[in-house]
Design a protein around this ligand. Structure first.
Ligand code: MSK
Length: 633
């Protein structure tokens, strides 16, 4: 364990001071950082910001101005904005869904005694039954392979809609059907989005926004859900586990391996081989006390919630881990990886190890990771990191003295188990959300907020996540969090049970009774699908539609296409969603009117874009209270 003490809470100012010190090191070694690059990139292109630049064909690029209100093909500003928005969504849906496909393929490769095995057979059997796969008297791996094959077929099946839609309340399924947004094959929705936005296809905002919701749905109720469910089957369904967070989890005397990205099929193996006695002995031979694995971005969430591996930081801290001078290797798979890590790592002894054909970058050591040879590949990666310890430059080492305690791993199953524990309300193998509903109905809890998403250099790092969470819990609104938002909470100490002391009286009582933190860590960005299941189960147990429940979503600092795809499926699921960053739609008033207004008539929810966090917090509380009023509670 680290010799650093943990703090109950860490302020943003303390984190910023630590970052400033690391930036001094960057200056000393001549390293480039995102802080500088963000300055170099401002002011940003106005056309891009408003979404009114079109480069879908080679007649342009066309930009909308008062003098040129239409592109060369005649497409107007709303058509251009809506097409860009749909392409943005499709990029995110493709990315999440391909992640889900990869995990499902790993399940297909699983075997007794192999690198990948089934860790949660009960969950596998539950999914098998849901999909009418015979389970009686069959070998668990036969079931796994059949379930995986069906899952993979969801990506390209010629007929029908996504199987997971049936998990939603019937009333919500009807909403989707009537709105024409039930996703068909996952790949089809992405492909059709690209087709619709090709030159000479759709320019009607309603059609493009509708397809954005549908493509998002193919992610949230298709590819992402596949990723979450199959990861649980393979690596175990998360249960509450204690861990530490913030940069102080890096160890001065140990080999530090940072895993970064998203796909647990790599990070699980790296964690496994870092504990291999031969590797630990090698680390000692190199002069280290042992091997310390810590995570960045969603990989941090994946390994924290299944193994208690510490979380070093979120998206905008990926350079910081290298700047500590104590990172032997930053091992990445896919998504949210700065290409900057290549040149940055060259200023230190750090090995920047890329592993996926999907994310290849200059100035990296490419050690391809293939699921069929996973064990051998992971061993080599760990060994490369360990052997690099001797190259560390002690004069550059600066690990900030920042470390908190966090309890993570609140899957839907785990939340229900916690609730069952206090009420003895256990009704069946999957439990119930009724105790939670009772707390909301009685007003002990006012409602719930799903706080998710990334960091973005456009806004103060982690400020919005942390301030909104504090405001919500002080007002008896329980938070569920994932992705880099979850890590913002963890780093500040908000995922610890002590955070109950920041809550209103009602939420504090619930935390004490159920023995939970007021902010529940639900995983990585694909795990927002868990939140959809939780919202569905609450609505079913309450006997209302999802849009009636006092639950809202919020992504205050998002930056990625995936986040826009998520926003679409969260809203399509009936959950009002608050964004702290504009999704490049300002230039299309009709598109803004649809996304922030009229789609409520289609799906019972819409977006709010608000850049002022104080105002946004008030609006979120107001929306929850409106929903309570509509339910007469
Ligand atoms: S890692 S998508 S920066 S949450 Fe999932 Fe964080 Fe956003 Fe990447």
């Amino acid at each position: 364990m680290s010799d650093m003490n943990t703090s109950t809470f860490i302020t943003l100012e303390e984190m910023e001071a630590a970052t400033d010190a690391l930036l001094e090191t960057a200056k000393k070694v001549g390293a480039d950082t995102w802080q500088q690059r963000a300055k170099n990139q401002t002011p940003h292109c106005k056309f891009g910001e408003e979404g009114i630049c079109c480069r879908i064909c080679t007649m342009g690029p066309c930009r909308i101005t008062p003098k040129a209100p239409r592109g060369i093909c005649g497409c107007d500003r709303d058509g251009i904005v809506a097409r860009n928005y749909l392409r943005f969504t499709a990029g995110g849906a493709a990315t999440h869904s391909d992640h889900g496909r990869n995990i499902t393929h790993v399940l297909y490769l699983s075997k007794e005694g192999g690198d990948y095995q089934v860790k949660d057979p009960e969950k596998l059997i539950r999914i098998a039954k849901e999909w009418d796969v015979e389970t009686e008297g069959r070998d668990i791996y036969d079931i796994a392979h059949e379930v995986a094959e069906i899952g993979l077929m969801e990506y390209g099946k010629p007929f029908g809609t996504q199987r997971f839609l049936k998990r939603a309340p019937e009333v919500r399924q009807k909403v989707w059907h009537d709105a024409g947004i039930e996703p068909r094959a996952i790949d089809r929705e992405v492909s059709q989005s690209m087709h619709m936005t090709h030159m000479g296809c759709s320019s009607l905002p309603e059609a493009l926004v509708r397809q954005s919701l549908r493509a998002g749905m193919s992610d949230g109720w298709g590819g992402s859900m596949m990723g979450t469910e199959m990861s649980d089957v393979l690596f175990g369904t998360p249960k509450p586990v204690d861990t530490n967070a913030n940069l102080g989890v890096m160890e001065k005397d140990m080999v530090n391996i940072i895993v970064h990205g998203h796909d647990p099929s790599l990070s699980e193996m790296v964690v496994f081989y870092s504990q291999d006695p031969e590797m630990v002995a090698l680390a000692k031979e190199m002069g280290a006390k042992g091997i310390n694995v810590a995570g960045v971005c969603c990989t941090a969430n994946e390994v924290a919630m299944r193994h208690g591996i510490p979380m070093a930081g979120n998206f905008l801290q990926q350079e910081n881990v290298v700047l500590t001078g104590a990172c032997e290797a930053i091992v990445v798979d896919v998504q949210c990886i700065f290409p900057a890590l290549g040149p940055l790592s060259k200023c230190f002894h750090t090995k920047f190890i890329t592993t996926s054909p999907i994310a290849q970058m200059p100035d990296s050591d490419y050690l391809e990771f293939n699921e069929a040879t996973a064990g051998a590949n992971a061993r080599k990666i760990v060994e490369t990191a360990v052997r690099n310890f001797k190259n560390r430059k002690p004069e550059l080492v600066n690990i900030p003295n920042l470390k908190t305690n966090a309890t993570v791993g609140y899957s839907v199953e785990a939340i229900k188990k916690c609730l069952d524990g206090v009420t003895n309300s256990h009704v069946d193998e999957v439990g119930t959300t009724k105790p939670l509903i009772d707390c909301i109905k009685s007003g002990v809890l006012r409602g719930a907020v799903a706080l998710v998403g990334c960091n973005n250099p456009r806004v103060r790092h982690d400020y919005s996540h942390i301030e909104l969470m504090k405001k919500m819990i002080a007002n008896d609104i329980i938070c569920i969090v994932s992705g880099c938002s979850a890590q913002a909470a963890a780093k500040a100490g908000l995922l610890s049970k002590e955070a109950k002391n920041l809550c209103g009286e009602g939420l504090k009582r619930v935390c004490e009774l159920v023995d939970i933190p007021p902010i529940l860590h639900m995983g990585s960005c694909v795990d927002i699908s868990r939140m959809m299941i939780l919202a569905s189960d609450i609505a079913k147990d309450w006997n209302v539609d999802i849009c009636d429940v006092p639950v809202i979503g919020c992504a205050p600092e998002y930056m990625s296409e995936k986040a826009v795809s998520i926003g679409n499926y969260v809203v399509a699921t009936g959950i009002d969603t608050f964004l702290g960053i504009d999704p490049y739609t300002k230039g299309g008033p009709q598109v803004v009117k649809l996304l922030q207004g009229d789609i409520k008539d289609w799906v019972g929810a819409n977006f709010t874009v608000e850049l002022d966090m104080e105002k946004m917090g008030d609006m979120m509380i107001e929306r929850i209270e409106e929903k309570r009023k509509a339910l007469n509670i």
